[in-house]
Design a binder for this molecule. Structure first.
Ligand code: PEP
Ligand code: MG
Length: 568
C-alpha cells in the first residue's frame, strides 16, 4: 500500500495507463534565419491557442464553466502580448524558439512559485503547463491521447496538468494517481469536478508501476494498492459498491431541508475561510454560514486590512449567501495562527496567551476597525458577530458595548446597518463552559468550538501527535461540557450551534440532537452526510443513546457504544 494525498473522493479499481514523461530537452542553439524561427514560434503558439480553445469549449460543455476557466486561463497567458513579446525579442537576439519560450516561462515561474499566496503558486504551475504544451508542439512530440484510453483505466503520471485532465473522458478513467500536486491544485479541482477518485503526491509512483498493472485508488483515505492480492481486491470491490450506494443516497438529500426522523427542522450551516468559499457552501447546499474564520483575511495580507477592505470581504460573503445567516468570527489571532505584521511577542505558552478576544480587547483600535466593517456589512444581509475564546462575562460585555458605540456613531452619521445585529460567544474554553449559564444571559447566541474545547478540557495540544490519543470530543468530560453548554443556552432561550469538527461526526450527531443543538456548522463537503445522519434519528432514540453513553466512564466504551448504534 502506498500513501498520498486524498484529492478526490471515491474508490477506483482498474488497469494502469502510465503516462511517461517525454524528453523535452533541446539544443539551445543560435539561429541564423531569425524570420523563419519567429514564424516557427508563432505557428506553434497559434496551434497551442487553437487546441486550447477547443479544449476549453469541450470542458465547458462536458464538465462545467468553472473548470473551463482554468483552461481559458492558459489561453489568456499564452495570448499575453507582454509574454510572447519577450519571447520574440529573445528570438530576434538569436535564441531558438524553444530557448526563448523556456527562458521567459522559467522567469515567470520563478516569480510566481516563490510567492506566499496559494493562488499565485498555482499560477506558476499553470505557466509550467503552458510551457510544456508549447514545447511539445515545437519539438513535434505527440502525447498519448488521453481521450482514447480504454474503459477501466487508472491514469498514473508524474503531474496531471489541467490540459491533460481536460481530455479525460469520465466514463473511461476510474482513477488518477500522481507524484506531485496537492488538494487545491487545479488537477485536484478538475478530478473532483469529474468525480474521479484521485490520490496525489505518491512518491516515485511512476517508477513503481508499469502499464496494465492493476491498481486500487482509494480517494477517501489517500491510499493506493498495486496488483493487490485477492482478499484486498474483494474487500475494495465491496467498499466501492458501498461508496457508490452511499453517494447516490446522499444526492437525494440535495435541495432538501434538514429534518430529524421525527420531523424537527434543524439548521445545517458551513464553515468557511474566505468570502469566495461562500459559493462553495451554497453549491454544497449549506443553509447558512456558521463560522467565517475572518483571520484568513488578515493572514493572506501583508498589512492590516482596512475597514473598507474588510467591509468589502464580509459584504461579498453576505451577498453570496443572499439573506441566509452569516456568522462571522472576529479575529482569532495567536495560538497557532501567526500574523507576522502584527509583531506579536513570542510567548512561552501561546495557546494560553495573548490571543483571540484577549488580543482584540487589548488592541481596541484594530478591533474597532473590524467591528465597524462587520456592522456595516449587516446592512446587506443577516450578519452575526461571533467572539472567539471567551473566558469571562466581562469580555462579551466589552465587545457588546463597542458594538453599541458603533451603532450610535452610525446613527449620527446616517450609515446603514442592521439594528438587530447579534453578538454571540464561541464556547471553546472550560471557563466559558462552566459559566455557560452566566454567559447565556449576555450573549445573543452560542457556538461551540469543540476543536479548542477538547484541547483545553483535556489539556492536550490539538496538534501534538504524542498526546493525540487523548484528543477526542467523545471523552466523558468533553461530552458533559457540551451537554451543559447546550442546556444552558436552551434554558436562556438563545440559539446554540456548533462549529467545531465534531458537529459533522456521524457518531456525535445523535448526542447533539439529544442535548438540544439546533445549528450544525460543517465543512461544505460534509453537508449532505450530516443531513443524511440527522434524518435517521428521532429525539427519543437519540435520548436513549445519550443516556446510555453518559453513564459510561471511558472514551473507548463511549465510541464503541456509538459505533454499535450507528445508522449508516
Ligand atoms: C474550534 O475551536 O472548534 C473552532 C471551530 O475554531 P478553530 O478550529 O478555528 O480554532
Ligand atoms: Mg477555536
Amino acid at each position: 500500500m502506498y500513501k498520498g494525498i486524498a484529492a478526490s473522493r471515491g474508490i477506483g479499481i482498474g488497469s494502469i495507463c502510465l503516462l511517461s514523461e517525454h524528453d523535452l530537452s533541446f539544443e539551445n542553439k543560435k539561429v541564423e534565419d531569425i524570420e523563419a524561427e519567429k514564424k516557427r514560434f508563432n505557428d506553434a503558439l497559434e496551434k497551442f491557442k487553437e487546441e486550447t480553445t477547443i479544449q476549453a469549449a469541450d470542458v465547458r460543455q462536458r464538465i462545467g464553466a468553472k473548470e473551463a476557466e482554468i483552461i481559458e486561463g492558459h489561453l489568456v497567458m499564452a495570448s499575453d502580448p507582454a509574454m510572447s513579446g519577450e519571447m520574440l525579442k529573445l528570438i530576434e537576439n538569436g535564441q531558438c524558439a524553444e530557448g526563448a519560450l523556456s527562458s521567459v516561462c522559467d522567469m515567470f515561474y520563478g516569480m510566481f512559485s516563490s510567492m506566499d499566496d496559494e493562488m499565485m503558486r498555482q499560477r506558476a504551475s499553470d505557466i509550467a503547463d503552458v510551457k510544456t504544451s508549447i514545447l511539445k508542439i515545437l519539438l513535434g512530440i505527440e502525447d498519448v491521447d488521453i481521450s482514447k484510453v480504454a474503459p477501466g483505466t487508472v491514469l498514473v503520471t508524474r503531474d496531471l496538468t489541467p490540459s491533460m485532465t481536460s481530455q479525460i473522458v469520465k466514463e473511461n478513467v476510474v482513477g488518477i494517481i500522481t507524484e506531485v500536486g496537492g488538494k487545491t491544485s487545479h488537477s485536484a479541482i478538475l478530478a473532483r469536478a469529474l468525480e474521479i477518485p484521485a490520490v496525489l503526491s505518491v512518491p516515485d509512483i511512476t517508477k513503481l508501476v508499469k502499464d496494465k498493472d492493476t491498481a486500487i485508488v482509494d480517494g477517501n483515505e489517500g491510499e493506493i494498492y498495486i496488483n493487490p492480492d485477492g482478499d484486498v481486491l474483494s474487500s475494495y470491490i465491496i467498499k466501492r459498491e458501498q461508496f457508490i450506494k452511499k453517494q447516490a443516497e446522499l444526492k437525494n438529500f440535495y435541495g432538501k431541508k434538514t429534518v430529524t426522523a421525527d420531523g424537527t427542522e434543524l439548521d445545517l450551516y458551513c464553515n468557511i475561510g474566505t468570502p469566495k468559499d461562500a459559493k462553495k457552501a451554497l453549491e454544497c447546499d449549506g443553509e447558512g454560514i456558521g463560522l467565517f474564520r475572518s483571520e484568513f483575511l488578515f493572514m493572506d495580507n501583508n498589512h492590516l486590512p482596512t475597514e473598507d477592505e474588510q467591509f468589502e470581504a464580509y459584504k461579498e460573503a453576505v451577498e453570496i449567501m443572499a439573506g441566509k445567516e452569516v456568522i462571522i468570527r472576529t479575529l482569532d489571532v495567536g495560538g497557532d495562527k501567526a500574523i507576522p505584521y502584527l509583531n506579536m511577542k513570542p510567548e512561552e505558552n501561546p495557546f494560553l496567551g495573548y490571543r483571540a478576544v484577549r488580543y482584540c480587547l487589548g488592541n481596541k483600535d484594530t478591533y474597532m476597525v473590524q467591528l465597524r466593517a462587520l456592522v456595516r456589512a449587516s446592512a446587506y444581509g443577516k450578519v452575526k458577530i461571533m467572539v472567539p475564546l471567551v473566558t469571562t462575562v466581562d469580555e462579551i460585555r466589552e465587545v457588546k458595548s463597542m458594538v453599541a458605540e458603533i451603532k450610535k456613531d452610525f446613527d449620527e452619521k446616517g450609515i446603514k446597518y442592521d439594528p438587530e445585529i447579534k453578538v454571540g460567544c464561541m464556547i471553546e474554553t472550560p471557563s466559558a463552559s462552566l459559566i455557560a449559564d452566566l454567559l447565556a444571559k449576555e450573549a445573543d447566541f452560542f457556538s461551540i468550538g469543540t476543536n479548542d474545547l477538547t484541547q483545553y478540557t483535556m489539556s492536550v495540544d490539538r496538534g501534538n501527535s504524542d498526546v493525540a490519543y487523548l484528543y477526542s470530543a467523545f471523552q466523558p468530560s468533553v461530552l458533559r461540557s457540551i451537554k451543559y453548554i447546550i442546556e444552558s443556552g436552551v434554558k436562556a432561550g438563545i440559539p446554540v450551534g456548533m462549529c467545531g469538527e465534531a458537529a459533522a461526526d456521524p457518531l456525535m450527531i445523535p448526542l447533539l440532537m439529544s442535548f438540544g443543538l439546533t445549528e450544525y456548522s460543517v465543512n461544505p463537503v460534509l453537508v449532505l452526510t450530516a443531513r443524511c445522519i440527522i434524518s435517521k434519528w428521532t429525539k427519543e432514540e437519540a435520548d436513549a443513546l445519550a443516556a446510555k453513553v453518559l453513564s459510561l466512564p471511558t472514551e473507548k466504551e463511549i465510541v464503541a457504544t456509538l459505533k454499535a448504534a450507528a445508522k449508516e
